[in-house]
Design a protein around this ligand. Structure first.
Ligand code: ATP
Ligand code: MG
Length: 229
């Protein structure tokens, strides 16, 4: 069948450039076990977000291949792919709508499932504490929400779809250490159930990752657990 079931990711000899003259990712090899938690670090411009873009099929690599559960990334129908993959973007977008609507995004998701997703993203206490709880309007003209809280709401949005794979591109700025700790805890709690690929700007976010990879100018220069790097 053409659905993502386990969420194991294999990357082989992957090379990519936005233009032919300048490679951004060079001969990357990476094995990500289903249900594991992978952290990606590297200086600005090293290719971290580009790697996520390829995994999300926003771009296609010039050479090499990516498979999920042994099947070519391109082989999954869009609907099946979207249902199985969640993204917490670097700059999450909130609609001018209720917290609940910002999590369901038009999908048929029960009130209980919304709360379960918000709890998994560690943002339930924040949302239920707003003046109208989950009915409080967020976004333009609504309740003020920090970048870190936006990321947690975006995580609830992603988790509400019960993804097999979760990609997270940590916000570069405006994340206080308590929120960062919260992001970290939420990711750790997914271990074994959801494959997590998290770009981190702070090593502390991914301290507990099963594998941390370091990108440098598009090369994978190191891999290991936190204490090995
Ligand atoms: P940061 O830590 O700042 O988010 P990053 O590791 O995510 O950096 P990328 O965004 O993947 O880095 O960028 C890698 C390289 O590709 C950079 O040189 C960047 O300028 C270039 N780049 C990124 N996106 C595009 C694009 N859409 N078109 C052309 N070049 C791009
Ligand atoms: Mg980036």
């Amino acid at each position: 069948g053409h659905a993502i079931s386990a969420g194991a990711i294999k990357i082989e000899h992957l090379s990519f450039g936005y233009d032919a003259q300048r490679p951004v990712l060079r001969e990357l090899d990476l094995d990500i076990e289903a249900g594991s938690f992978i952290g990606i670090v590297g200086h600005t411009g090293s290719g971290k977000s580009t790697l996520l873009s390829l995994l999300l099929r926003f771009y296609r690599a010039q050479s090499g291949q990516i498979t999920i559960d042994g099947q070519a990334l391109a082989s999954f129908p869009d609907e099946a792919f979207r249902a199985a993959v969640g993204l917490v973007p670097q700059e999450p977008y909130l609609m001018a709508a209720s917290a609940r609507e910002n999590i369901t995004m038009g999908r048929q998701i029960s009130a209980d499932a919304v709360i379960a997703a918000a709890k998994a993203a560690r943002v339930h206490d924040f949302l239920s504490g707003l003046p109208q709880g989950y009915d409080t309007v967020l976004g333009e003209g609504g309740a003020r929400v920090s970048t870190g809280q936006k990321q947690l709401i975006a995580m609830a949005r992603a988790l509400a779809g019960s993804p097999r794979i979760l990609f997270l591109d940590e916000a570069t700025s405006n994340i206080d250490s308590a929120t960062e700790q919260t992001v970290s805890e939420a990711l750790i709690a997914l271990r074994g159930r959801v494959t997590v690929v998290a770009i981190a700007h702070r090593l502390s976010t991914i301290r507990e990752a099963d594998q941390i990879i370091v990108l440098n100018h598009g090369h994978l220069v190191e891999r290991g657990r936190h204490q090995e790097l």
